[in-house]
Design a protein around this ligand. Structure first.
Ligand SMILES: Cc1ncc(CN)c(N)n1
Length: 247
């Protein structure tokens, strides 16, 4: 699972190997029919409103998860890595994101205080809780953090590409995650995850078993993130069997 088995072929990092290896599910998460419907302008606005309410609940749960990653970065004690600064900037953006959700909800007439979490939201938030445990390795938590942000970045950036017919009233939402600055932030998260994975894969001898474990756990965690993201989009579309659109 070290992704370096081809001598002579440029090595882009473990996360790149995973994206290539798990291409189908990665495409499933980043080119989901919900996103494609925004991009081609056919999106059902009740689906968008459902996504808005559920994602507000998710983002509130995501904040303590990111805080837990910050604690892990601090405990690692490598001040010169700059990891804490990157993660802190993420927490700052989440503060803006929560304010944006409130403003957007009032624009669309969604009463956030009345939104109850659907099953996929509950499950995804439960997964974040699991990842917050102190015994979860920093490498595993960072891989999850990068994957969660990257799915939104790639999905919403696709809705802003040339030729897309994203309705004007949804463009601001797409800009939030599809802008270049968010893209650079995701690259920083990816670099941290890749560096950690690289260290774990080449682990110092007495810790070899622990490190290899972290690498395989991180890959499984990456896949679980993609599955949760697909379920989340399915729920937004009303195609998950739990939340059929109200007539
Ligand atoms: C479900 C989900 N995944 C990712 C993100 C990006 N923070 C989000 N807001 N919601």
């Amino acid at each position: 699972m070290d992704g370096k088995s081809n001598p002579g072929v440029p090595y882009d990092g473990m996360t790149d190997t995973w994206v290539k290896k798990h291409r189908l599910i990665y495409i499933g998460a980043t080119r989901h029919p919900f996103i494609l419907s925004i991009r081609d302008g056919t999106v059902d606005l009740s689906a968008f409103k459902r996504w808005l309410g559920q994602d507000y609940i998710f983002v509130r749960a995501f904040v303590p998860f990111v805080a837990s990653v910050l604690i892990k970065a601090y405990k690692k004690g490598d001040e010169s890595s700059g990891d804490m600064e990157v993660i802190l900037s993420g927490l700052g953006s989440l503060n803006d994101e929560i304010a944006w959700f409130k403003q957007e909800a009032s624009k669309w007439g969604v009463d956030l205080s009345q939104v109850a979490p659907e099953k996929p939201t509950q499950d995804y938030c439960g997964f974040l809780e699991e990842l917050m445990r102190p015994e979860v390795d920093y490498t595993v938590a960072m891989a999850a953090f990068w994957a969660i942000e990257a799915v939104y970045q790639e999905s919403f950036a696709h809705c802003l590409e040339e030729g897309s017919k994203t309705p004007i009233e949804l463009q601001e939402a797409c800009q939030r995650w599809g802008n270049d600055g968010f893209g650079r932030y995701c690259s920083s998260l990816r670099n941290i995850a890749d560096r950690q994975l690289e260290k774990a894969a080449s682990g110092s001898v007495p810790l070899v078993k622990v490190s290899e474990d972290a690498v395989s756990k991180a890959e499984v965690t990456f896949l679980r993130v993609l599955e949760y993201e697909v379920d989340f989009w399915n729920m937004s579309c009303g195609t998950d069997g739990h939340s059929a659109p109200k007539p």
